[in-house]
Design a protein around this ligand. Structure first.
Ligand code: GRF
Length: 215
């Protein structure tokens, strides 16, 4: 029994701590939580879920899961002030990796500098195509035959940082933008946990814009 407790304590010590930032539905957050629970993201835990929108559904879902949550309403506040509160909260919870999961807000340069190469985002297009809002509709309206999603490091430009992982999704006859968005979202829920596990493993290097897996 004593050994089991010691082993558990050791595991907790070595867990990497994720900070989730979201503004809305939270399905990617839930996919990350499920992947931690079933071992697809080994030695990780969610340290805190933070929203910039009061009562965002993703935040509400986090509470009964026993996760720490925090809300810092951003509307009407200077970006740097708001970000300073979020940074302080992430530090208080000793976060190793920040995961933007439908966080509808640009990060200030100070935020990015506070977590260098330690902020990930998921975007519902094959970047660099269709950055910004409604990427799935943009891809559909453009007539793309292949769409998809991208997990990337966050830098100071919108949907721009080094790409960790992409998953392609075919645009099918009979699709509309909603059907395509749904099919992309299914792949997001697989891609984000996989990318987080890769980054947490540390088995990579960044060469220019290229994410390279270490042999
Ligand atoms: C996802 O499509 C994600 O790619 C984009 O915002 C959406 C968030 O959805 N950044 P959810 O809140 O994770 O369900």
């Amino acid at each position: 029994m004593r050994h089991a407790a010691q082993a558990e304590a050791r595991t907790e010590q070595t867990n990497k701590r994720l900070g989730i930032l979201l503004s809305g539905r939270g399905s990617n957050f839930l996919a990350i939580a499920a992947a931690i629970a079933d071992g697809r993201i080994p030695q990780a835990e969610i340290a805190v879920v933070i929203s910039n929108v009061a009562e965002a559904p993703g935040l509400v879902a986090a509470r009964p899961m026993g996760l720490a949550t925090a809300t810092f309403v951003s509307r009407g506040r200077p970006r740097a002030d708001h970000d300073a509160d979020v940074i302080a909260c992430l530090r208080q919870h000793q976060v190793d990796l920040v995961c933007l999961a439908g966080y509808m807000r640009l990060l200030s340069p100070g935020f990015i500098a506070a977590f260098p190469d330690r902020i990930l985002n998921i975007h519902p297009s094959l970047l660099p195509a269709f950055p910004g809002l409604d990427a799935q509709t943009q891809a559909f309206d453009y007539g793309c035959i292949v769409a998809g999603c991208t997990v990337h490091f966050v830098d100071e430009h919108l949907d721009h940082g080094v790409i960790v992982l992409q998953r392609a999704v075919p645009v099918l006859d009979g699709d509309d933008a909603d059907a395509l968005a749904h099919r992309i979202l299914e792949q997001e829920h697989l891609a984000y946990p996989e990318a987080i596990a890769r980054v947490l493993s540390g088995e990579y290097k960044i060469e220019g814009r290229r994410y390279v897996t270490r042999a």
